[in-house]
Each structure stands twice: as C-alpha cells, then as structure tokens.
Design a protein. Structure first.
Length: 326
C-alpha cells in the first residue's frame, strides 16, 4: 500500500506544471542592443525585471554588433525589444514589418576627436582626413548632413577613411594612422583613455555631433539618434509597450543619477572597457527616454532629411502613423 501511494505521488508530481529555470527563462522578455550607452538602461531592466500591471516580468539582455545582426535576430524571433538607431525600425516598417519605435532615448552619442588643438568644430575639417566606421547608417547620414551644412563635400573637401568598425577606428588612431575620428560613446572615451595611459601625443574631444547639429540646424535642433523598438511579435501589445517605455525611462534616470553603479552593470556586458571610461561615457551622453509619439515632429524632421539625402535608408517614405509608439 505504501508503495502504491508513493508511486501515485510521483505520478501526480510529474503531471504538475514545471517551474524550472528553463521555463522561467522561456518566459523572460528578450532585450537587445549594441555596445553603446543606449543599451545601458536595457541592461538595468534585465537586472531588475519589468513591471507589467501587477506582474513583474523577468528579462534578459543580449548584445548585437551590427544592424545586419539585429535584423537577423528580429527575423528569427529572438528579440522582443531592442535599442536601435531610429532609421532602422523606420526602414523595417516601410518594408512591411509591423515593428514600432517606442522611445527615443539618445540625442547625441557621436564625437569628433582630433590630435589638433586648433580644430574647433566639423567645419574645420576642410582639407583634412576623417576616420569613421559609418557607411550608409545613422552615423554616416548625420555626418553627411553636418558636412553639407558647412559647405563641405565628402571625398572632395573632407577625405573619409572608412574603418571596419569603431574598435578598428580606435586602433588606427592609437597606432598614429589617423589625425581625426568620429566615434560613438563609449568608444570615444575609450580612445581618449587609452591614448592618455599610453603616453601618446594628446588627443582632444572636439565637438559632439549633437552640438554641431543644433548649431547648424537651429530650426530642428534636436537629433533623435537612437531609441527602443518593439519587434513585430510584440508590436500589438500596448500594455507591454507602455511598461517597456516606463521601465526604460526609470532605468535611464537611474543610469544618469548613479553613473558609477550603471557603469559597473555595463561592464559585466562589456568587460573589455575600463570602468572609468564607461562612467564618463554615461555622464557625457544625453540619455532621456521619451515616447516616440511625443517626439514625432523631431523624428519626422530627421526622416525628411534622410529622404532627401538617401531615401532607400528608410524605405523611401515616412513611416505610417501607427509606427510611433507606444
């Protein structure tokens, strides 16, 4: 009899829903982003979880290294929400994918770095050579717009040397194979830190592209460079979208208020970058998560500039109204 009871207990236990770590992991929201400050609040959200109504949803964060990799992850259904340059979800939406841009959170993360202390802004690049990792992406398009505003034609007035990626740009500058570079945070800070500790010739943080943009385009001074997008599989869930927007805003505020703690968190994902570099990058980046619908005029002004310059970059038209979330 005891044996029968024991066997029955085992059978009933086997029939119960499983609460293993595998099941918990499957229920976690999948967050992603590039190795940049825009991703740091998402790392925080993965650590704290996301409040959705009365429920606390677990989340995980994964780095991606290029827009092409992001597209693959989205196509495979491996991401629910991701940081991204603002032109990427616009392009995907205009190609028929039901993605949404939920927030704009980074309003300037690109910096002009130079060996010349007399270089004061992008207009001073006439006759110079600029190292840049950007080709037909947000960095390239905004750089081109700023150069155009100064009357500079790329590869005529300013020679652009395209590196493989931002890490390669840092390496070339440290090797003395470049005088001027355009870099995102935290790699602009990483270049300055490594150069200082190697005893190389001085390098100077000249101007952010955000500051250059506001000076050259005073009628549209804000540059909505990057934010958080919802994958097509999550785009029709307004409750969850609102929770993501709220959680990101809180995490961004925490990162700015607790820059050292945020840097320590980011370093767990980016162990190759020294803690002081990550902390400084947070302090010099305008990190402010605002719902995309609220800053739609700024986004459309940028998209119109892109349409005039490279219409294929966002699919040849402005995104539809429902694109702007949450």
């Amino acid at each position: 009899m005891l044996g029968l009871l024991f066997a029955s207990t085992l059978w009933l236990a086997a029939c119960q829903p499983q609460t293993s770590s595998t099941a918990t992991q499957a229920a976690a929201l999948q967050l992603g982003g590039p190795p940049a400050v825009v991703s740091f609040p998402l790392m925080r959200m993965a650590e704290t979880g996301i409040a959705v109504g009365d429920e606390q949803r677990p989340a995980q964060f994964a780095l991606w290294q290029s827009a092409d990799q992001l597209r693959v992850l989205l196509a495979r259904g491996e991401l629910d929400y991701s940081a991204a340059p603002t032109h990427v979800p616009a392009l995907l939406a205009n190609r028929g994918q039901r993605v949404r841009l939920l927030t704009v959170s980074v309003w300037g993360m690109l910096w002009l770095v130079s060996r010349d202390p007399q270089l004061h802004d992008f207009g001073d690049l006439r006759g110079r050579t600029l190292l840049t990792p950007y080709r037909r992406d947000m960095g390239a398009m905004t750089l081109q717009a700023v150069l155009d505003s100064h009357g500079l034609v790329a590869d005529r007035d300013v020679q652009l040397i395209h590196s493989r990626d931002a890490q390669d740009t840092v390496a070339l500058m440290l090797a003395g194979r470049g005088e001027h570079a355009l870099l995102p945070e935290p790699l602009a800070s990483l270049l300055l830190w490594r150069n200082r500790h190697s005893g190389g010739a001085p390098l100077y943080r000249v101007q952010s592209l955000e500051d250059a943009w506001s000076q050259q385009f005073p009628d549209e001074p804000e540059l909505p460079q990057a934010g958080v997008m919802a994958a097509a599989t999550r785009a029709e869930d307004p409750l969850l979208a609102a929770a993501i927007v709220s959680a990101y805003a809180q995490a961004a505020h925490w990162c700015k208020a607790q820059a050292r703690a945020c840097a320590q968190l980011a370093q767990r994902h980016l162990p190759e970058i020294p803690l002081p570099v990550l902390e400084f990058a947070i302090r010099v980046t305008r990190l402010d998560g605002i719902p995309a619908r609220q800053v739609r005029p700024q986004l459309q002004a940028l998209y119109r500039r892109i349409l005039a310059q490279d219409p294929d970059a966002i699919g040849k038209t402005l995104p539809a109204d429902e694109f702007y979330g949450p």
